[in-house]
Design a binder for this molecule. Structure first.
Ligand code: PEP
Ligand code: MG
Length: 896
């Protein structure tokens, strides 16, 4: 017989933390905390397998389930000393979802289940506190009504507001037992009106209704969207946790709270949390009341005027401190916990690995390594490479003027400027049009996730450091300022106001998630540095990785950034990018529209010195590291003069008339420029272009070598080869120019000549090409384009549909398509090595900075990846993790 139900609580449990797949994250950790001897209210977990069964069998349950639930219930009843549905001494339970990975806010919770008219009367008598009882009952009707019966919250909220108006009060705390009792009646009537049947009074009906609702919520659109965004498989399912209620709302010796065992923004080893006295369940995260801090330090740092738990409940705080130490030592990671205090007794309701900023993740990993809780390899394995992006973005320039209009909490670091928008839909619409936006909300909820994704930053006026906005923004790596209480939002008018300043929809604002500042207008930013824990951890990653990491850099600024972030050379310098600005584009256009070799040479003579200077600068910055320079690969259409003014400019520079320019531009126009006269084809047609570039490269190398005494290592790269002969022709030309420069300067420069592999034909002919090519660099942008027959420039418009429908798991221009394009990389590598075993192999398409693609490159055995300078640290870490993953699979061959 299958076990569908696992009990926990009372110092023991049937489950363990490792059983997360079966019990879900919450259930597995409740079991683990019970095993650790922590105070966990007794309960049981219905496994994720039941969810799978439920959907596979027309929403029915396994036959044994009811029996197993009844047995588990009996154990809780015994532990608590109360009975479910008992009129005098009723047991109340909470019902919560719990998937394998936490899905914040996606699945719903029902508290106080088991209350009905009879048990409420019993509880009121037994507790001697009818106010608490009927407050709990009305909360239950609202939660159950909403989650299970689909009655919208606003119905209940309206009834509450009306009642308060009638009674002439403004706060919930001013209402007494009779008020709540009256509201219970009104709520029940509302449910009946909306649903056409009375609110269920039978606790068992309530229980199974709630269980079905949890399983049902696995398929709400919100949950489906969340899974799609986070790539969580549909078939994982959720578990259901049923647990004896403990109450944080029974008086002033009760409380409920959430905490992190370390500071989730900075990673500092300090207890960090918030609580509310006399409150229940979701009140803290909902951001409706302003919570109090746990510690005096936290209170002071956040300029709170409310007393800390350390001050008002010192005994409970001391116990919570002990729990914190125990959990950190056991899990060896920062935990995010939830707790309730009932009449001075602490109860633990949840622990899980806490979401943190990238800076905090680094601090925690380095600190735990130093405290010998984990080793360097574990520290490196723990950091999500993509999250480093947060630390690599510009910060606000401290010297810039800031017109600070409000201050909130520094909820998620980083700075962002953008247009203020007041709804998630608008954020998404405007971002799709290419605008940068800041989403401004009173508070956020799971319905806002798509807008939060689309926004560059998030600003809320209500809620604390653990509010939905703060937690989700940190997870997404978006800068966030939360709880900027001075701002007044008028969602209808789409404005926000503070004193006499009004910010309208679409106006520029800047937020600094590191300081909590809200600033009017756009503030300039400065480049980040890599130091401290970041540098330490990257050093460990470098010890572990095998792949080399280079950068795609075309300008001195790019090259300097690349060096600062630890690039070990330039893997792609796109020389056409050197000709986009100023006078250069005119010379370039002059060269392109020239009708004959003489005209082209005249233009090239103007370009040569500029090009040589560019290379000198790059070689100086890279100080002897390899620099791969690619011969011109211009999509010609990007360079052709379009407007009459541009044509006149070119005509003047070339000394020809306007009609000649117009005629040449028309002749050069291609139907399909991506498949046209680009790449090496240009050098084959006009060898003088390649000659000029080779000369600029070798003269620059000779000059820098002479100047610095250090060797310079140029690697000359030929783009878009399809036929081996194309490569051979250009290689002969390059070697000839190298010889000429050597003869003229007397400087011997050691260099390589290689090719990009960007076309399936080049892959298939790799053995032949490698006879003369000294290196290959996979240009996976073009290789993806030509393998799929999918235009790089046009695919974005429909690829999203493909992803949504599951036709493609992800955009193949972002993460390498392992089965198709990846297979070509494998074939090219094998064939290239068959004729030149020591051929140098790299990749320089955009995939070089994508962690999954980096892992693939490691597995295939490439020598290096080259990516944009800002992604160099991400690639370094991803390469180290690829090496760790390989070591792990080798250690456990049975799991391959
Ligand atoms: C490529 O095709 O992958 C590449 C790096 O070249 P480009 O993006 O310049 O075409
Ligand atoms: Mg290319």
């Amino acid at each position: 017989m299958s076990q569908w139900v696992y009990g926990f609580g009372d110092g023991r449990a049937e489950g363990r933390a490792e059983m997360r797949n079966l019990l879900g994250g919450k259930g597995a950790n409740l079991a683990e905390m019970s095993n650790l001897g922590l105070p966990v209210p007794p309960g049981f977990t219905i496994t994720t397998e039941v969810c799978t069964y439920y959907y596979a069998n027309g929403k029915t349950y396994p036959a044994e389930l009811e029996d197993q639930v009844a047995k588990a219930f009996a154990i809780i009843e015994k532990a608590v000393g109360a009975r479910f549905g008992d009129a005098k001494n009723p047991l109340l339970v909470s019902v919560r979802s719990g998937a394998r990975v936490s899905m914040p806010g996606m699945m719903d919770t029902v508290l106080n289940l088991g209350l009905n008219d009879e048990t409420a009367a019993g509880l009121a008598a037994q507790s001697g506190d009818p106010r608490f009882t009927y407050d709990s009952y009305r909360r239950f009707i609202q939660m159950y009504g909403n989650v299970v019966l689909g009655v919208d919250h606003h119905h209940f909220e309206e009834l509450l507001e009306l009642h308060k108006e009638d009674r002439g009060v403004t706060l919930d705390t001013e209402l007494g037992a009779e008020d709540w009792k009256a509201l219970v009646g009104a709520y029940k009537a509302k449910v009946e009106e909306e649903r056409g049947e009375p609110f269920p009074q039978d606790p068992m009906v309530q229980l199974w209704g709630a269980i079905s609702a949890v399983f049902g919520s696995w398929h709400t659109p919100r949950a489906v969207t969340y899974r799609r965004l986070h790539r969580i498989p549909e078939d994982w399912g959720t578990a259901v946790n049923v647990q004896a209620m403990v109450f944080g709302n029974m008086g002033d010796d009760c409380a409920t709270g959430v905490a992190f065992t370390r500071n989730p923004s900075t990673g500092e080893d300090e207890f960090y949390g918030e609580f509310l006295v006399n409150a229940q369940g979701e009140d803290v995260v909902a951001g409706i009341r302003t919570p109090q801090h746990l510690t005096v330090k936290g209170k002071t740092a956040n300029r709170s005027t409310l007393p800390a738990m350390e001050e008002v409940m010192p005994g409970v705080f001391a116990e919570l401190e002990r729990v914190r130490e125990k959990l950190e030592a056991h899990y060896r990671d920062m935990q995010d916990i939830e707790f309730t205090v009932q009449k001075g007794k602490l109860w633990m309701l949840q622990t899980r690995s806490g979401k943190r900023t990238a800076a905090a993740a680094l601090r925690i990993a380095v600190d735990m390594e130093q405290k010998k809780l984990i080793d360097r390899r574990q520290a490196v394995a723990r950091i999500d490479p993509a999250s480093l992006d947060q630390l690599l973005h510009p910060m606000l320039d401290p010297k810039a003027k800031r017109n600070v209009i409000a201050r909130g909490l520094p909820a998620s670091p980083g700075a962002a400027a953008g247009r203020a928008v007041f709804s998630a839909d608008e954020a998404e619409d405007r971002a799709a049009k290419g605008e940068t936006v800041i989403l401004v909300r009173v508070e956020t909820s799971p319905e806002d996730i798509h807008g939060m994704h689309a926004a560059a930053g998030i600003l809320t006026t209500r809620g604390g450091m653990t509010s939905h906005a703060a937690v989700v923004a940190r997870g997404m790596g978006r800068p966030c300022v939360a709880g900027a209480g001075d701002l007044r939002i008028d969602a209808k008018a789409r404005t926000m106001k503070v004193r006499d300043v009004v910010v309208r929809d679409g106006e520029m604002i800047t937020i600094d998630g590191g300081t909590g500042e809200v600033i009017l207008g756009e503030v300039p930013t400065i480049q980040p540095e890599m130091s401290g824990d970041f540098a330490t951890l990257m050093g460990w990653a470098d010890e572990i990785r095998r792949l080399g990491i280079r950068a795609n850099a075309d300008t001195p600024t790019d090259a300097r950034t690349a060096r600062r972030f630890g690039a070990e050379g330039i893997g792609l310098c796109r020389t056409e990018h050197m000709f986009f600005d100023g006078d250069r584009i005119i010379a370039m256009r002059e060269m392109i529209i020239a009708e004959n070799t003489a005209g082209r040479r005249a233009a090239l003579d103007k370009i040569l010195p500029m090009q040589r200077e560019d290379f000198i600068e790059l070689f100086r910055i890279m100080k002897g590291l390899p620099v791969t320079i690619r011969l011109l690969d211009p999509p010609l259409h990007e360079f052709l003069p379009h407007t009459t003014a541009e044509m006149e400019e070119v005509a003047k520079a070339a000394g020809v008339d306007l009609d000649t320019v117009r005629h040449r531009a028309a002749m050069l126009k291609e139907q399909n420029p991506m498949l046209g006269h680009r790449g090496c084809r240009l050098g084959i047609s006009y060898p003088e272009i390649s000659e000029m570039q080779a000369r600029a490269i070798f003269e620059a190398a000779a000059a820098v070598q002479k100047e610095t005494g250090e060797t310079v290592e140029p690697e000359v790269m030929v783009p878009l080869i399809a036929v081996p002969r194309e490569f051979d022709i250009l290689k002969e030309l390059i070697d000839r120019v190298a010889g000429e420069v050597k003869a003229a300067t007397g400087v011997e420069v050691s260099y390589l000549v290689g090719t990009m592999i960007e076309l399936p034909r080049a892959v298939l002919c790799a053995a032949e090409i490698a006879k003369t090519a000294e290196f290959f660099s996979y240009g996976t942008n073009d290789l993806t384009q030509t393998t799929y027959g999918l235009s790089r420039d046009d695919a974005a418009s429909f690829l999203q549909t493909y992803e949504r429908r599951g036709i493609l798991a992800q955009d193949p221009f972002i993460s390498i398509d392992v089965e198709g394009v990846g297979e070509l990389v494998r074939i090219g590598t094998e064939r290239g090595r068959s004729t030149r075993p020591d051929i140098k192999l790299g990749i320089c398409g955009e995939h070089g900075g994508d962690p999954a693609s980096v892992r693939f490159c490691h597995e295939v055995g490439l020598d290096y990846v080259s990516c944009s300078p800002y992604r160099v640290p991400i690639a370094r870490l991803a390469a180290a993790q690829a090496a760790l993953a390989e070591a792990e699979t080798q250690a456990e061959p049975s799991q391959v």
